[in-house]
Ligand binder design. Structure first.
Ligand SMILES: [Fe+2]
Length: 259
């Protein structure tokens, strides 16, 4: 924790303002330091993680205004909602965000915690699934794995964009690594559901909630999905996620540099 300023009596939003880039933060009540007092409430707070680029950096494909609303208001709202629930429920203390998503989903209850936790996770992941100057063709092992599992990169793109166009209602399209089957797949999820709950490993995501595209593309989901694939998707992010995932599922020869 080191230099993190932590006032356990302050509302979550104060922590967000003081420490926007560090997540999660664990805030121990000062009362815990005094043995004479029994109460030792421990609260976990999550911060609003910033996208890894400026809010206007994805223009003209995704506008600054969309980022201001989508990240600055909606994503922030999920973080604040999550912190509000965590402040009320000690049982949820100490989980990483990944664990919190799985635990709150598997238990089936409380739903508001899952919805907020998973949407924080989903949006962190979505911002990092894009980059300025994105799109193009993936490099290195990612392209090989896509060609192996989809036949060709063109087939993969068609499948991904097709999934976006056929998704009913709000949700996400994902490129995932199926842990058990040891292959990549395109999956779509409704509302806030995230493939982590099925033990799959997300590699890329596309937010298909209306708020993600309406300001820039109105109801034209097709253009939005194509623009994402051709100009925004970060194959660098996919590559590092794949590299991490390979350690889990042992897809092929280890590619870890030997010191
Ligand atoms: Fe969203």
């Amino acid at each position: 924790m080191g230099s993190v300023t932590c006032n356990p009596l302050a509302p979550p939003s104060t922590h967000l303002l003081l420490n926007p880039s560090k997540i999660p933060k664990f805030c121990h009540s000062r009362r815990q330091l005094h043995g004479s007092q029994r109460a030792s409430k421990i609260i976990a707070y999550y911060g609003l993680k910033t996208p890894p680029y400026k809010l206007d950096a994805l223009e003209p494909y995704m506008s600054k205004r969309t980022l201001e609303v989508h990240w600055g208001e909606l994503h922030r709202g999920y973080v604040e909602g999550l912190n509000k629930h965590l402040a009320k429920d000690d049982v949820l203390y100490g989980y990483t965000l990944d664990e919190l998503v799985k635990v709150s989903y598997n238990s089936g209850n409380p739903l508001p915690v899952f919805n907020n936790a998973v949407q924080v996770w989903n949006h962190d992941f979505f911002w990092e699934s894009m980059q300025p100057g994105g799109g193009d063709i993936p490099k290195y092992g990612v392209l090989e794995q896509i060609e192996k599992d989809f036949g060709s990169f063109t087939n993969f793109k068609e499948k991904f964009i097709g999934a976006a166009l056929t998704l009913f209602g709000s949700g996400y399209v994902w490129l995932v690594l199926k842990r058990e089957e040891r292959r990549l797949a395109v999956v779509k999820t409704s509302n806030a559901i995230n493939p982590l709950v099925w033990n799959d490993i997300p590699i890329i995501s596309l937010d298909m909630w209306e708020h993600a595209y309406y300001l820039d593309y109105k109801n034209d989901k097709g253009t939005y999905a194509n623009v994402f694939m051709n100009h925004l998707v970060s194959w660098n992010a996919a590559m590092s996620r794949m590299a991490r995932a390979e350690a889990f599922v042992n897809l092929g020869e280890p590619k870890i540099p030997i010191a």
